[in-house]
Design a protein around this ligand. Structure first.
Ligand code: SF4
Length: 269
């Protein structure tokens, strides 16, 4: 595996890696301390608001390929945290992701995850690891709507059932590191009714909400705009829920959420 190209914006650094079969994956360094790495070449979940999965799943990354994303960059960046949040669904390459997790922990790194929660049997294991944060992509509180936004992520019913069963046994300090990720899409999932259902679910599960804004460089959906975003934040807060907001790092057109590509061609800096 080799580093082919490095691109920088004001906020993020994006690294393009070529694998031994000439496929390419991407990695982002953001927030000045966090390396967001990929776990698969492509993704089977097929979220229509994300470019990373637009070719479907081409293959899983090997353990060495997951680790090399860190090992090939560690001497040039000040990496304190690894986020398994790049291309791919970590729970669908779970045995290797789990081994990579323990390696990163042994290097003294904090490790966090972004996941759809599918398959739920692997989510059950993930929840028990000494992680530093898990965001579980919900994006909708109705089965049919979530199916449109995360077509191959299992059912909402099963996800919620698993969360209720597993979180029941988790101590409060561990629940504080778990949140439901909710990407606000104008006219799709941003009504007061949608947000009230989301707030009630988070309250019942005793977890936070990561309220994401749409990165309009990615596709055909519409961002809600500042005013509606702040209103949604206040509505969720009125239920006493911990709400994390999207930062500009996540919305940057270079390396922001949903912008990572599989097999990108070299581009001019
Ligand atoms: S948002 Fe995540 S789960 Fe959905 S297609 Fe993109 S990489 Fe896969």
């Amino acid at each position: 595996m080799k580093l082919l190209q490095e691109l920088s914006s004001e906020l993020n650094k994006l690294f393009l890696f070529e694998l031994s079969d000439q496929r390419r994956v991407e990695v982002v360094f953001y927030r000045g301390d966090t390396l967001c790495i990929s776990t698969q070449v492509g993704c089977a979940i097929g979220c229509p608001f994300c470019l990373s999965g637009s070719l479907g799943l081409l293959r899983n990354l090997t353990l060495e390929e997951i680790l090399d994303q860190y090992r090939l960059l560690k001497d040039k960046l000040c990496i304190k945290r690894v986020a398994m949040a790049g291309i791919g669904e970590p729970l669908m390459n779970w045995e290797r992701v789990k081994e990579a997790f323990w390696y990163f922990k042994s290097m003294g790194l904090k490790v966090s995850f972004y996941t759809t929660g599918h398959p739920t049997k692997n989510l059950t294991e993930l929840l028990k690891l000494p992680h530093n944060g898990i965001s579980i992509s919900l994006h909708a509180t109705e089965e049919s709507k979530r199916k449109r936004l995360l077509p191959h992520a299992g059912t909402l019913e099963e996800l919620i059932k698993t969360l209720k069963e597993e979180l029941y046994y988790l101590p409060q300090r561990k629940k504080k590191r778990i949140s439901l990720a909710y990407l606000l899409l104008k006219g799709i999932n941003d009504s007061p009714e949608d947000l009230t259902k989301l707030a009630r679910l988070a309250k019942e599960l005793e977890v936070g909400i990561t309220l994401l804004r749409y990165n309009s460089t990615v596709g055909d959906y519409q961002d809600v705009g500042d005013f509606e975003y702040e209103k949604a934040f206040l509505l969720l807060r009125s239920y006493g829920i911990r709400v994390t907001l999207s930062t500009r790092f996540r919305r940057d057109k270079l390396g922001g959420c949903g912008t990572l590509l599989v097999n990108r061609k070299l581009i001019g800096c």
